[in-house]
Ligand binder design. Structure first.
Ligand code: HEM
Length: 317
């Protein structure tokens, strides 16, 4: 194979020279379908996306409800942009064969999830995050100036949602105790796709039938890698947001703070909200739990309980 330095220079401009990977690659790529080029060409990105902290934590069930709400918000803005651009390009020959609003579009499902999590007035309560905005801007740019690359964005999201997305739904429902009837996880349900595996095959065939030259195919793979990158930026942003969120109580955990944790979980604090009384004031819950932790007091309490049950047993004999 020719090295980059040996690349022939006649009639080839600088940018072409840079991406020129030799005749062997060209023959190989020419024979390959777009779906194969995409799968092969984004493998590394996929591995990296799967290994981001946010995704790893999510898969382990380490996801807080507030963070899941932020993730849903990011998806809402992303899919609003994506589907707006797909609607705009539904008659463009480079996209028409991939236009499946009934089967794939997620904006309506995400609107329901947003309503469920934030209430009817959700639009006033949420905003697009910085990392999501970059992704949204790129999608709009592609939709309006390079529509032949839109397939890369559709591929990265919908094929992913029809694959690993299904695992995430189960984790979210179990860990966040979301209803199994689907409220809050509508995004993950493709009501009009009976068999995800078969649909993916059909979608791949449609991608392969697009009339594209090799250069455009390569640009699509590059754009798909860029789409993965935008997704990873959002995951990193969510990971940071997650570490700032208050830890949620696990099952059976007493909603009382020990003076060190998140003060907002204290019922006394909740009762005093708006009165400005909690700062510096003695919290009765905090004091009671501190007392209950004293071993001597625990012994006295145990003796009192034993004595009381003895007395009751004697009384009812
Ligand atoms: C939660 C972590 C993830 C898991 C467990 C996962 C799992 C999978 C699996 C098993 C497949 C193969 C499906 C098949 O061949 O039919 C797949 C494909 C895919 N995933 Fe993921 N994935 C994850 C994260 C992501 C992310 C974050 C993205 C992009 C944002 C993504 C995008 C894709 C794409 C585009 C495909 C299609 C590959 C192809 O066949 O060309 N995945 N995923």
């Amino acid at each position: 194979m020719l090295s980059e330095l040996e690349t022939p220079s006649d009639g080839v401009d600088e940018s072409e020279k840079k991406s020129y990977r030799g005749p062997e690659w060209e023959n190989h790529a020419k024979k390959m379908d777009l779906s194969e080029l995409l799968k092969e060409g984004t493998k590394e990105s996929h591995d990296r996306a799967e290994n981001t902290q946010f995704v790893k934590d999510f898969l382990k069930g380490h996801i807080k409800k507030d963070l899941f709400k932020l993730a849903t918000t990011a998806l809402y803005f992303t899919y609003s942009a994506l589907e707006e651009e797909m609607d705009r390009n539904k008659d463009h020959p480079a996209f028409t064969p991939l236009y499946f609003p009934t089967e794939l579009h997620r904006k309506e499902a995400l609107t329901k999830d947003m309503e469920y999590f934030f209430g009817e007035e959700w639009r006033e309560k949420v905003k697009c995050s910085e990392a999501t905005q970059y992704y949204v801007d790129r999608i709009h740019y592609v939709g309006q100036h390079e529509p032949e690359l839109l397939v890369a964005h559709a591929y990265t999201r919908y094929m992913g949602d029809l694959s690993g997305g299904q695992v995430l739904k189960k984790v979210a429902q179990r860990v966040l105790k979301l209803p199994t009837t689907g409220e809050g996880t509508q995004f993950y349900v493709f009501e009009n796709v009976d068999n995800a595996q078969q649909f993916k095959q059909f979608y791949r065939a449609r991608m392969n039938a697009l009339e594209l030259d090799l250069k455009t195919k390569e640009k699509i793979v590059e754009e798909a890698n860029r789409a993965f990158e935008y997704n990873m930026q959002i995951f990193n942003e969510l990971d940071k947001a997650g570490s700032l969120l208050a830890t949620e109580p696990q099952d059976g955990e007493l909603l009382v703070h020990d003076g060190k944790g998140d003060v907002r979980k204290c019922p006394y604090y909740a009762g005093q909200q708006g009165k400005g009384a909690h700062e510096g004031s003695a919290c009765p819950f905090k004091n009671i739990t501190a007392l209950l932790r004293q071993p001597n007091l625990q012994l006295v309490l145990a003796a009192v309980v034993a004595l009381a049950s003895g007395l009751m047993a004697w009384y009812f004999m």
